[in-house]
Write a protein that binds this ligand. Structure first.
Ligand code: PLP
Length: 391
């Protein structure tokens, strides 16, 4: 129930990777036949990944994951375009890989505008238009939010960026392989994606960089990736990411239908059967596997621990922020007060999830919420007040 945090490597993916550990382990940058085999496997994966995005292979650069891709995109675009301007636009609900990079850029002399989102977590493309200045060099807005699943109007934002000749980056870590994305149709110049969100291995990602984009290298060293991202290739990781992409592409339509039906069933049951609960994010324009619900008068951490005791692995905010006591910046940005943001739960399904599992989650959740409320002085006050009002 926590597939937005990470997913298992599928057996077929694992099998595809195996030969590149101990048999075809040659360094792909070498000139032997042995190296060629690794190189060919890498180029095949690159083309598969490019195919899913409507890009060409030469525009795909392998990285160590979504975090590196986001850092590279923002920092290297900022410094390469510094003479043109120093203004960057992003949203308040980006992943910390973007937000903390923007903070860092702020200290390095760049000026960042964080646009607001509405109550469903949508960035308004008109707000983006209003935020543009003559010195704006980059717009970075995520394709879909990792906490509340909201799918952003990236095509509209890409069109505005193109009209104004500003580069457009999107963090598609949660969207890649889950919803269709075409970089040309959406006017995307740079896109980050990660292997471990689509049943690929951890520690591998890509940055799509549109051909002709002026950007510096992030890792300095060897000549790998046209000298733009140095470091010996992670051949098994790349091959696994390629295979996971191929499988994700083949199942995209059926998986999306299956997951969104199960998601809606889960949402409808929770809202109908647990009083004082609310759905966060838009009802339909959300990732097919994402459910995010706030429960009034419930403490989120306790809810997670109790769910865990019942064998249910879910999340409070994103995996990266849980463990911190601060409420999620995403839930605050959509206007939730602190106490409600604290009582929130993210459940992210997979194609392997079953209706029986979802029913089990609802039944356990009902008991847990009731139990936590029975211990809450705030809930007690609320019920007392309610009774008095009725009398
Ligand atoms: N961006 C988003 C939207 C994410 O959800 C995540 C991971 O959860 C990342 C970036 C970071 O990706 P990675 O774990 O591959 O570094």
């Amino acid at each position: 129930m926590n597939n937005a945090a990470t997913t298992p490597v599928k057996q077929e993916v694992f099998e595809s990777m195996k030969p590149y550990f101990a048999e075809d382990y040659g360094n792909p940058s070498g000139f032997s036949n042995f190296s060629e085999r690794s190189k060919d496997a890498i180029e095949k994966a690159r083309d598969t990944i490019a195919g899913l995005l409507g890009a060409s292979g030469e525009e795909i650069y392998f990285t160590s994951g979504g975090t590196e891709s986001d850092n590279w995109a923002l920092k290297a675009i900022a410094f390469a375009n510094r003479k043109k301007g120093t203004h960057i636009i992003t949203s308040k609900i980006e992943h910390h890989a973007i937000l903390r990079t923007c903070e860092w850029l702020g200290k390095a002399g760049f000026d960042v505008t964080y646009v607001n989102v509405d109550e469903n977590g949508f960035v308004d493309s008109k707000e983006i238009r209003r935020a543009i200045r003559s010195d704006t060099i980059l717009i970075s807005v995520m394709t879909a939010n990792n906490e509340i699943g909201t799918i952003q109007p990236i095509r509209e934002i890409g069109t505005i960026a193109r009209e104004r000749k500003i580069l457009f980056h999107t963090d598609a870590v949660q969207a890649y392989g889950h919803i269709a994305i075409n970089v040309n149709e959406c006017g995307i110049d740079l896109l980050s994606a990660s292997g471990h969100k689509i049943n690929g291995p951890k520690g591998i990602g890509i940055l799509y960089i549109r051909k002709g984009t002026v950007i510096g290298s992030f890792m300095h060293g060897g000549e790998q990736e046209h000298g733009r991202r140095a470091g010996t290739y992670n051949t098994p990781g790349i091959v696994g990411f390629g295979k996971a992409t191929e499988l994700a592409q083949a199942s995209l339509a059926t998986r999306s239908t299956f997951e969104s039906e199960l998601r809606d069933y889960l949402i409808d049951r929770i809202i109908a059967e647990i009083p004082y609960s609310r759905l966060n994010g838009h009802k339909t324009k959300r990732l097919p596997n994402n459910v995010n619900i706030s429960f009034k008068y419930v403490e989120g951490e306790s809810m997670l621990i109790m769910l865990d005791q019942k064998g249910i692995c879910a999340s409070g905010g994103s995996a990266c922020t849980s463990g911190s006591l601060d409420p999620s910046h995403v839930l605050l940005a959509i206007g939730l007060p602190h106490e409600i943001a604290h009582g929130s739960l993210r459940i992210t399904l997979s194609e392997e999830a079953t209706k029986e599992e979802v029913d089990y989650v609802v039944e356990e959740l009902k008991k847990i919420v009731q139990r936590l409320r029975s211990m809450s002085p705030l809930y007690e006050d609320f019920i007392k007040e309610k009774k008095e009002n009725v009398q």
